[in-house]
Design a protein around this ligand. Structure first.
Ligand SMILES: [Zn+2]
Length: 133
């Protein structure tokens, strides 16, 4: 199955179309799971055997098409545990409480990882069809 939302990008960027198709297959696998999972650019890069920058440009097209949306995960540098998630970089505060260490962390002891989640409209539109439910 193809995401029809991506057709205009396939036409606009023919040189990316094979990557778009590969990412589409992978995302649809994720979407077919009982509970759709987040899309981690480094894992998509591994799966597609391409570099992460290219994957990000492709995923940003999926974002622009309204299929997925970004989440900025703030993680403890020491435990890698997620402290909080934000929709934009601007929302991330200077200091955040870390339950793993029982104290606030600042930018020297947390890091930010960009992941994507499926928009509710995508789950609504595709997940039943893909999982055959
Ligand atoms: Zn911590």
């Amino acid at each position: 199955m193809r995401f029809s939302e991506l057709d205009r990008f396939r036409n606009r960027y023919p040189q990316l179309s094979s990557y778009i198709a590969a990412a589409e297959d992978y995302l649809q696998e994720l979407l077919a799971r009982p509970k759709p999972v987040e899309i981690v650019p480094s894992l998509v890069a591994q799966r597609l055997s391409v570099d992460e920058e290219l994957v990000l440009s492709v995923l940003l097209l999926f974002d622009e098409a309204g299929i997925i949306e970004p989440r900025y995960q703030v993680r403890c540098s020491d435990s890698d545990g997620v402290l909080l998630e934000f929709k934009t970089l601007r929302e991330i505060p200077e200091r955040l409480y870390c339950p793993y260490h029982g104290r606030d962390h600042d930018r020297s002891d947390y890091y930010v990882e960009l992941v994507f989640i499926f928009r509710p409209s995508t789950i609504e539109r595709y997940s039943k069809a893909l999982s055959g439910r």
